[in-house]
Design a protein around this ligand. Structure first.
Ligand SMILES: *Cc1c(COP(=O)(O)O)cnc(C)c1O
Length: 357
C-alpha cells in the first residue's frame, strides 16, 4: 500500500487553506485591485494583430530582451541595475525566497501587509517574522530594526504603498532599514502607478535594495508580468531558480505593445486617482464609516459589524474584500478597489443602504 497523501505532504502545507478566490460572476467586482478600464479599441486592434501573427509553436524568448528594454524605459530603471521578470510579481517573491531558503533562514515582513510574503515563505519552508505596524498603520522603524538585529533576516519585504492599508511609509524610515538590513531589502511597488514616490532611483545608492513592480494593478492583471530591478550581484543568483520560459509569448508581445501606449495607462491611473478622492470623501460622509487615506487604487475603511455589512453588500451585488479576522488591527475593516464612477456609485449606495439597515 502506498502512503496516504497526508503522510507525504509536509505538515505546514497540510495546515494551509488554499488561497481562496471568490466567485464574482455578475457582481460589481471591487475586491482585487484591478484597473476597471479596458484598452481603447485601436490598441485592442493592434494587440489582436500581434496575437494573430504570434509564433505560438515556439518557446518564448527566455531572456525577454525586447520587453526588458521597453520596461527599462517605461519604469526608468537605472542603467546599472539588472532586471528579472516573473509570471506576476508573486512569482518573483517565490524566486527570491526559494533562492534564499537556507536551513534556518528567516524572512521579515510587516503586518498587516501583503499576505503572499508570509504564505510563500511557508511554501518554501522558511521562517517568517511579521513585525506589527503602529496602530495607525505607519511603519515603526525602531521595531523593524530591533527585529532585524534579532532575527538576521535574509530578506525584508516592504510594500510601498502598503496593501491592505493603502498608505506610503516614511521613505526615511525605509532608508534606515535598507542601511541596517543584513541581507536584501525588497521594496514592493505594486501600486506605484497611483503613488508619487518610488525607490527606483535609489538603486544606485544601495547594493542590497531590490525594487519590485507589476503591471497587474495598472491595467494588465490578466497578462501576469512582474518586474524586479536591482544589482546584478543579487539578480544573477535569484534568476537561477527562474523557470526558463516563465513569461509566455503572448505576455511578452502584448506587454511590449501596450507599454508603447503608456500615456493611456497613465490617463487611466489619473482617472482612478481622481475617483479615489471622490470615493474617500463620500465614504467619510456615511455615518459609522471611517476610511483611511490611500496612495493606492483601493481604500481601507472600517465600519461596525463587518460580516453583516459584507453580506449586505453581496446581496446587493457588490463584492469587496472583507478583512475582518485577517489581522487583529483590521477588525471590522474592508478594502474596496476604486472602480469606474458607476461602479463606485453602486458600491456607495449599497453600503449606505446596508449600514442604515
Ligand atoms: C497585488 C500585489 C502583488 C502581486 O501582483 P502580481 O504581479 O499580480 O502577482 C504584489 N505585491 C503587492 C503588495 C500586491 O498588492
Amino acid at each position: 500500500m502506498p502512503k496516504a497523501p497526508e503522510e507525504i505532504i509536509r505538515d505546514e502545507i497540510l495546515a494551509l487553506t488554499g488561497y481562496h478566490v471568490p466567485d464574482s460572476t455578475g457582481m460589481v467586482k471591487l475586491d482585487a485591485m484591478e484597473n476597471p478600464y479596458r484598452l481603447p479599441a485601436e490598441v485592442q486592434v493592434e494587440v489582436a494583430r500581434l496575437v494573430e501573427r504570434a509564433a505560438l509553436n515556439r518557446y518564448p524568448d527566455s531572456d525577454a530582451a525586447r520587453l526588458k528594454a521597453r520596461l527599462r524605459e517605461a519604469m526608468q530603471i537605472p542603467a546599472a541595475a539588472d532586471v528579472l521578470l516573473g509570471n506576476g510579481s508573486d512569482e518573483i517573491i517565490q524566486m527570491l525566497i526559494m533562492a534564499a531558503a537556507r536551513p534556518g533562514a528567516t524572512v521579515l515582513g510587516l503586518e498587516p501587509s501583503f499576505v503572499m510574503f508570509r504564505m510563500i515563505a511557508g511554501f518554501c519552508g522558511v521562517r517568517f517574522v511579521g513585525v506589527p505596524l503602529n496602530p495607525d498603520f505607519t511603519l515603526n522603524a525602531d521595531r523593524v530594526l530591533a527585529a532585524a538585529a534579532e532575527h538576521r533576516p535574509a530578506l525584508i519585504f516592504v510594500a510601498f504603498p502598503n496593501n491592505p492599508t493603502g498608505n506610503l511609509f516614511d521613505p526615511g524610515a525605509i532608508a534606515r532599514i535598507i542601511e541596517a538590513a543584513p541581507g536584501a531589502m525588497v521594496v514592493d511597488e505594486a501600486y506605484h502607478a497611483f503613488a508619487d514616490r518610488t525607490f527606483m532611483p535609489r538603486l544606485k545608492d544601495y547594493p542590497n535594495l531590490l525594487v519590485m513592480r507589476t503591471l497587474s494593478k495598472s491595467g494588465l492583471a490578466g497578462l501576469r508580468l512582474g518586474v524586479l530591478a536591482g544589482a546584478g550581484t543579487w539578480l544573477a543568483h535569484v534568476g537561477k531558480v527562474r523557470l526558463p520560459y516563465n513569461v509566455n509569448v503572448l505576455t511578452q508581445l502584448v506587454a511590449d505593445k501596450v507599454l508603447q501606449h503608456q500615456d493611456i495607462l497613465a490617463q487611466q491611473a489619473a482617472a482612478i486617482k481622481a475617483e479615489r478622492t471622490r470615493l474617500f470623501d463620500e465614504l467619510k460622509r456615511i455615518p459609522g464609516v471611517r476610511p483611511y487615506p490611500s496612495d493606492a487604487n483601493f481604500i481601507l475603511f472600517r465600519t461596525g459589524t463587518a460580516d453583516r455589512v459584507f453580506n449586505g453588500l453581496k446581496q446587493r451585488g457588490v463584492l469587496i474584500k472583507n478583512l475582518n479576522g485577517s489581522h487583529p488591527s483590521l477588525v471590522d475593516c474592508f478594502r474596496v478597489t476604486v472602480g469606474t464612477p458607476e461602479e463606485n456609485g453602486k458600491f456607495l449606495s449599497a453600503l449606505s443602504e446596508t449600514v442604515n439597515a
